[in-house]
Write a protein that binds this ligand. Structure first.
Ligand code: UD1
Ligand code: CA
Length: 470
């Protein structure tokens, strides 16, 4: 393949984005618009990458100085002080192009969806065709604001005409210009120098070099883009949201190709930094946020929010769970309807059942809290069973206090453990207890009113009431 130099046009103000920043630093859900371009051209290994900066150039320059996507590029910044058109922008890049011979790939910073594969195919097509100029074209139903690719009766390219300069017949043409070109450097330099601004917008149109090449009898080709969504530009917050939708779908598609199953991908939302191992299954209506990682074999049944959490292999998250800033070890089961709050460490094969809330709680392997429980600021030992309705009373209105429960403990249902408190290994807490003092290992903790049975009391009451009725 020919030596490539890449020019990225990024001087535009992007007024319609509504902000005051250079448009190129606008963030998509993944990174800045210009980072998408830098990453897409990286596989072509350009010998130089020239970014044309203009509006708020200092902001763009300092962004590029630190952006990870700039690394590996021999980056040069060219300045276009006044935005006089795409042709003028390329003209401003010519000094930085000095001494280069080969293919110049011209791109826009505000077109973040082109993939590296597409741009590679595009430049390969340009070499195979031995073209002087190849444009990347695609089909867009009229009416649209794109430049039209005009051809003669035999299908030979004649020129590109901007939407604003079209006659009514030209306006119906559906083959349009993406704005990306591969151009032989020897042709580009004089062609750009010769541009004029005699058109509807009074701008120096880069597109005019197409007509010039055709008139000179140079080989001009158009590479038809297979997937027109790649050509989407970002001019408004609405277009940015469309681009973000595509990026989100691509994230899920990538995971599906790697072996992650989604029952209803359209109903799921994943932040870009989320990773999921092959073999996991994600049900409908699931949000995976922040730095969440999901292990292989995990099943997320559906309707869940999982944020900044680490879920190990073969965990099952049943319907309706909220998990945040927590870790869940392998083969644990959570939910349905569980709330795993920040600082929870759920051990291997633990069971967190329905209507159980944990917060800053460490449950060692095999511990179980199957129903209706609050475990806050506590440690629960291995294989301990927490009965239904157990509450760690960790807050007195001023301070939080710790509950420590040993291993193989049995906490009877509906117990209140008033922290700070320690329950030793293999102890047993009687159901319905309010425990306010430490319970030693192996002991029974019993903290409730003693039961009294009154013989025949109910029978006599019934008799008395039935007599009164007669
Ligand atoms: C351009 C093409 C049009 C094509 C369309 C695809 C021209 C004359 N027209 O139109 O055929 O269908 O892109 O999106 O080229 N820029 C500068 N400096 C300038 C002007 C623009 O750096 O003086 C940058 C912008 O920041 C932007 C890119 O070039 O990233 C495209 O400019 P824009 O004004 O959006 O071009 P269009 O009018 O949409
Ligand atoms: Ca545009």
């Amino acid at each position: 393949m020919d030596t490539i130099c890449c020019i990225i046009l990024a001087a535009g103000a992007g007024k319609r984005m509504g902000g005051d920043l250079p448009k190129a630093v606008t963030q998509t859900r993944e990174k800045a618009l210009i980072d998408h371009l830098l990453d897409a051209v990286a596989p072509l290994k350009p010998s130089r990458t020239i970014v044309v900066a203009g509006h708020k150039q200092e902001v763009l320059k300092s962004y590029l100085a630190t952006s990870a996507s700039s690394k590996g590029h021999a980056l040069e910044i060219a300045i276009q002080d006044q935005q006089l058109g795409t042709g003028h922008a390329v003209k401003c890049a010519l000094p930085a192009l000095e001494g280069f011979t080969g293919t110049v790939l011209i791109t826009y910073a505000d077109h973040p969806l082109f993939t590296g594969e597409t741009l590679k195919l595009f430049t390969q097509y340009h070499s195979f065709k031995k073209a002087t100029l190849t444009m990347l074209s695609f089909k867009a139903p009229p009416p649209n604001g794109y430049g039209k690719v005009l051809r003669d009766d035999k299908g030979h390219i004649l020129r590109i005409t901007e939407a604003k300069d079209c006659n009514p017949e030209e306006a119906l043409v559906s083959e349009v210009n993406s704005g990306f070109y591969a151009v032989d450097s020897a042709f580009l330099k004089p062609a750009v120098e010769a541009l004029t601004n005699n058109n509807a917008q009074g701008e120096y149109y880069l597109t005019d070099i197409v007509e010039k090449a055709c008139k000179e009898g140079q080989t001009v080709a158009a590479f038809p883009l297979a997937d027109a969504t790649e050509a989407a530009g970002v001019n408004t917050p609405y277009e940015l949201s469309l681009v973000n939708d595509v990026l989100a779908q691509r994230h899920i598609k990538r995971l599906q190709r790697e072996g992650v199953s989604f029952v209803d991908p359209k109903s799921c939302f994943l932040d870009p930094s989320v990773t999921i191992a092959p073999g996991a299954q994600v049900g409908p209506n699931v949000q995976l946020r922040g730095s969440t990682t999901i292990g292989s074999g995990v099943i997320i049944e559906g309707t869940a929010i999982i944020k900044d959490a680490t879920i190990a292999e073969n965990v099952i998250i049943k319907l309706g769970c909220h998990v945040e800033s927590s870790t869940i070890a392998r083969e644990a089961s959570v939910g349905p309807f569980a709330h795993v709050r920040p600082g929870s460490k759920i051990g291997e094969q633990c069971r967190i059942g329905n209507f159980v809330e944990t917060k800053n709680a460490t449950l060692h392997d095999g511990a179980k809290a199957s129903h209706l429980t609050y475990l806050g600021d506590c440690i629960v030992g291995q294989n301990t069973n927490i009965g239904a309705g157990t509450i760690t009373c960790n807050y007195d209105g001023y301070n939080k206090a710790q509950t420590t429960i040993g291993k193989d403990v049995f906490i009877g249902s509906n117990s209140a453990l008033v922290a700070p408190i320690t329950v030793g290994d293999r102890a047993l807490i009687a159901a319905g207890s309010v425990i306010t003092r430490d319970v030693p290992a192996e002991a029974l903790g019993l903290g409730r009113a003693r039961q009294e049975n009154k013989e025949n009391w109910a029978k006599e009451r019934r008799r008395g009431l039935e007599k009164g009725r007669k």
